[in-house]
Design a protein around this ligand. Structure first.
Ligand code: SF4
Ligand code: MG
Length: 313
């Protein structure tokens, strides 16, 4: 709720604060158990920063994060350790996130050891079971990351995320480093696993066709804010926010009921160190009005289940 991350900009030898990069600027959303919430936006919109705050890799500047009702934005020590078990992350680059010197077996056993879960026998059983579930098998257990393809490494990354039975899995661009032909296999795997284990995903991507495939609801981010959030069908068939409209119109692979002609946005995304006054999108919005330069539109429920931040509504 109202999650923010402002990185201070400092100047001079006394590090005087002269401003802030508003990387994440007031996000509010809910993820329901068993669903996939997709967060989509261009690079630099703040989606990865948001993920890192939720998993407590970086501290939020403001706002609240609750997991099953428990406030987790300011916990530390033992409590934080427990939460780290409940929220697992699948990273974009599976190679960078796996220890190159560890066998797959060790990579998957270690988290259970650290958290003291089960006896060694149970743990090993779980490792072999998970390897099968992600489409690898026992024969892979004693190999190292460099012996695998990118897709296989991501399968290992997914198995590792599952080892501790997390309540939430945050996947940050989990397929964007993979070959196109492998992307859909990994996405299908994530969906199969979700069904089998009733998993809950926060799925972050810049790729609309990926969220169209995997998400139940979608949040669209622009310059550190959510500009629209809705069920996938509503968002794709009837986008309300001009930015969502432009994104969808520019993604030829996305199928919607009323496909519009391609909307070309002029200009670049402004710097989050110096976001425009009023609506952050007004410098590029084809529908901007006078009020848009002055007043920041509130993020509100525009139609049932469809939230937008735009003065048109
Ligand atoms: Fe465009 Fe104004 Fe809506 Fe912003 S508030 S998206 S500038 S119409
Ligand atoms: Mg990112």
């Amino acid at each position: 709720n109202n999650l923010k991350k402002h990185f201070p900009i400092t100047k001079g030898i006394f590090s005087k604060e002269v401003g802030a990069v508003k990387a994440v600027d007031g996000l509010s959303f809910t993820i329901n158990k068993g669903e996939t919430l997709g967060i989509v936006g261009e690079s630099g919109c703040g989606k990865s920063t948001a993920a890192r705050m939720i998993i407590r890799l970086i501290e939020s500047s403001e706002g609240s994060i609750r997991l099953e009702g428990q406030e987790i934005s300011e916990i530390n020590g033992k409590k934080l350790r427990a939460i780290r078990k409940d929220i697992q992350m699948v990273f974009q680059d599976p190679f960078a996130s796996l220890n190159p010197r560890w066998t797959v077996r060790r990579t998957l056993l270690e988290p259970m050891k650290v958290y003291g879960i089960g006896k060694q026998r149970d743990r090993e059983e779980k490792v072999y079971d998970l390897l099968n579930k992600v489409g690898l098998d026992e024969s892979y257990a004693y190999r190292h990351p460099h012996e695998f393809s990118g897709g296989q490494r991501q399968r290992i990354g997914i198995a590792r995320a599952l080892v501790l039975n997390p309540k939430l899995i945050i996947a940050d661009e989990p397929v964007s480093a993979l070959d196109i032909s492998v992307q859909s296999q990994v996405i299908n795997l994530l969906q199969d696993l979700q069904e089998e284990y009733d998993l809950t995903y926060l799925f972050i991507t810049h790729d609309l066709s990926v969220v169209e495939h995997i998400a139940d609801r979608v949040a669209v981010m622009y310059l550190g804010k959510i500009v629209e959030l809705a069920d996938k069908e509503k968002l794709f068939n009837n986008p309300l926010h001009p930015y969502t409209e432009a994104l969808i119109s520019a993604a030829p692979e996305v199928e919607t009921e009323n496909k519009k002609e391609r909307i070309i946005l002029s200009g670049d995304v402004p710097s989050p160190a110096n976001p425009p006054k009023g609506c952050p999108f007004h410098t590029r919005c084809p529908k901007a009005m006078d009020i848009c330069k002055e007043e920041t539109p509130k993020f509100k429920e525009t139609f049932e289940g469809q939230y937008t931040a735009c003065h048109l509504y």
